[in-house]
Write a protein that binds this ligand. Structure first.
Ligand SMILES: Cc1cc2nc3c(=O)[nH]c(=O)nc-3n(C[C@H](O)[C@H](O)[C@H](O)COP(=O)(O)O)c2cc1C
Length: 198
C-alpha cells in the first residue's frame, strides 16, 4: 500500500460518487437533517450562463476555503434546474446576501420562476456574467474542480473579481451589517440583537 492509497475505513469513490463502505452503517436522512436543523447558514445566490441565458439558484452551501489562493466551494443538487448550466459554464457569480435581498433569495429558490424579471435590477458584467445589482457583495470566479457527491456536485471556485461593500458603507461595520441567514427552514436577519457580549 502506498501513502496515497485509501485506508480501508475511508469512503470509496466510484465514478466520482462517494460510497460508504458496505459494512458501515450510515445515518438515516431524517437523523442527518435533524442534526443540521439548528445549524444556521448564510444565504447566497449563484448565477451562471453557459451561452443559453442566465440561471440563478439560492444556496446555503457556500463556504470560504482559502484566502490565498482565494477559493470557495458550494454544492449544487442534480435536482436543481440551474445545476447543468452551472456545470457547463466556465465562470459563476456568488452573491452574498443581506436581509434586504430576501426577495432575491426567495425568487432564486422558486421552481419555475423567471429569475430575471423586469422589476428586478440585474446587469451583465463586461466579462459576460449576469449579476443582481442590489447585492452588496458578489464574487466572480471560475470552476477549478468538481466532485460528485451523492446526488450533488461540489464546485471548487477560484475567485477572480469581487464587488465588496463601498468604503465608508455601513456594511463594513459588522454591527451594522444585516446578513441573511437560513435556520430551521426559516429566514433570519442578523443584527445587534443577535450580538453576544463575549
Ligand atoms: C435557503 C435555501 C438554500 C438552498 N441551498 C441549496 C444548495 O446549497 N444547493 C442546491 O443545490 N440547492 C439549494 N437550494 C435549493 C435551490 O435553491 C432550489 O432547488 C432551486 O432554486 C429550485 O428551483 P428549481 O426547481 O428551478 O431547481 C436551497 C434552497 C433554499 C430555500
Amino acid at each position: 500500500m502506498t501513502n496515497n492509497a485509501p485506508s480501508e475505513n475511508l469512503p470509496i469513490i466510484h465514478d466520482g460518487i462517494i460510497d460508504p463502505p458496505h459494512d458501515v452503517e450510515v445515518l438515516s436522512a431524517d437523523e442527518f437533517k435533524l442534526a443540521f436543523r439548528n445549524h444556521p447558514a448564510g444565504v447566497a445566490i449563484v448565477t451562471a450562463d453557459a451561452g443559453k441565458g442566465p440561471v440563478a439558484m439560492t444556496v446555503t452551501s457556500v463556504f470560504s476555503v482559502s484566502a490565498e489562493p482565494p477559493l470557495l466551494v458550494f454544492s449544487a443538487s442534480a435536482q436543481s434546474s440551474a445545476t447543468p448550466t452551472i456545470a457547463e459554464a466556465d465562470t459563476v457569480v456568488i452573491h452574498l446576501l443581506g436581509a434586504d435581498q430576501l426577495h432575491l433569495a426567495k425568487l432564486a429558490a422558486t421552481s419555475g420562476a423567471n429569475r430575471f424579471p423586469d422589476d428586478i435590477a440585474w446587469e451583465k458584467l463586461p466579462t459576460g456574467e449576469t449579476v443582481y445589482s442590489e447585492a452588496h457583495a458578489w464574487i466572480r470566479g471560475r470552476t477549478v474542480n468538481k466532485l460528485k457527491a451523492g446526488n450533488s456536485t461540489v464546485f471548487l471556485i477560484e475567485a477572480l473579481e469581487a464587488k465588496t461593500p463601498a468604503e465608508g458603507s455601513s456594511e463594513l461595520d459588522a454591527s451594522a451589517a444585516h446578513p441573511l441567514v437560513y435556520h430551521n427552514r426559516t429566514w433570519h436577519k442578523l443584527d445587534s440583537n443577535s450580538k453576544l457580549d463575549a
